[in-house]
Design a protein around this ligand. Structure first.
Ligand SMILES: Cc1cc2nc3c(=O)[nH]c(=O)nc-3n(C[C@H](O)[C@H](O)[C@H](O)COP(=O)(O)O)c2cc1C
Length: 311
């Protein structure tokens, strides 16, 4: 019973929550390690207690080595401040669910990488420096992931913002959307012209991180992805607006399948293409034309980054 509850709790974690937990781990791991190292350096500035006295000569290439690096006092304070207090502060902010904790957690990953770069310059190549550089990289990437995932998960569409949808029975807006960005564009177009809306649903997995990679597989091969049976008679509409995401610089696989099924059934069409990178994607409009056997009247290309539409 207890285990069941635990499993449900685990299943409910969003991608941002999982990434946030990892960021807490990194900030605590690096922060506590740095504080422990700094305490040891300040406890025994000669470095003998940690077996680091033999490393002091390497520090002599640094500026002001005569005064700062004859023992580990300055290094200890520097470690405490640069990697210790900073990371522990970020961990506390993360645990308090503050947004600043995410930014600081990621930034302190970069700080750790810069710190290790100094070690790369003064020490011969060694395992500890290399592995901590990798840790810093992981921490920075985790911070970025939390930041992006939280933005993605905060993206919402409120149907009550689109009261005009469905007023015009002769115009249909068809769309496929994984994360809701294309859906928002589709609703805005439909609301503007009063069109009806039809959402394409893939029968393959498209949601979440696994879904992303699965979609990528279809995209890279240029395959069509099976969709749920079409529950709309396309021939009754004077015009159809097709809204699609761009996948691997091409038409999204479920929309490719739709176009194949819709060939010869659509009288007039226009397209809305939504993508992450800047670009027109004329070749995608041409592919839809080819599949449908018509020539589109207009095509709008929309760039969407981190849940924000840029044009
Ligand atoms: C498998 C896959 C491949 C993608 N490839 C591209 C690409 O080549 N160029 C691009 O600009 N965006 C690409 N994207 C990003 C989507 O086009 C973009 O995030 C779009 O807004 C997704 O809309 P949706 O979340 O409503 O489906 C890709 C997305 C996925 C899932």
């Amino acid at each position: 019973m207890k285990q069941d509850r635990k499993q449900v709790q685990k299943a409910k974690l969003t991608r941002s929550q999982i990434a946030r937990r990892w960021l807490v781990f990194w900030t605590l791991f690096i922060g506590i390690g740095a504080v422990a190292g700094a305490v040891m350096m300040l406890y025994d500035p000669s470095g003998k207690a940690m077996g680091m006295d033999a490393l002091l000569p390497y520090f002599q290439v640094l500026p002001f080595a005569d005064t700062l690096f004859q023992n580990y006092i300055f290094s200890g304070f520097a470690l405490l401040i640069v990697n210790g207090v900073t990371n522990l502060t970020a961990a506390i902010l993360l645990l308090l669910k503050k947004k600043s904790g995410v930014v600081l957690g990621g930034v302190f990953g970069i700080t750790l990488m810069l710190w290790i770069c100094i070690q790369f310059v003064i020490f011969p190549l060694n395992f500890m420096s290399t592995i901590y550089f990798v840790f810093g990289f992981c921490q920075a990437i985790t911070g970025y992931m939390v930041w992006v995932f939280e933005k993605q998960e905060a993206f919402r569409i409120d149907i009550s913002d689109y009261p005009n949808i469905g007023a015009n029975s002769k115009h249909l807006v068809v769309f496929f959307s994984r994360m809701g960005y294309v859906k928002k564009q589709a609703y805005e177009v439909a609301n503007r012209i009063g069109a009806q809306v039809y959402e394409l649903k893939a029968t393959e997995r498209t949601e979440g991180t696994l879904g992303f990679w699965w979609c990528g597989r279809f995209a890279m091969h240029g395959w069509a992805m099976p969709i749920e049976p079409l529950a709309v008679d396309l021939s009754v509409y004077d015009r159809v607006t097709i809204c699609t995401p761009i996948w691997a610089f091409s038409l999204a696989a479920p929309v490719r399948e739709f176009c194949q099924q819709a060939a010869g059934k659509i009288k007039a069409a226009d397209y809305v293409l939504v993508h992450h990178t800047k670009g027109q994607y004329d070749s995608v409009a041409q592919e839809i034309d080819r599949l449908l056997g018509i020539t589109h009247s207009s095509c709008v290309s929309v760039c969407c980054r981190k849940s924000v539409f840029l044009n």
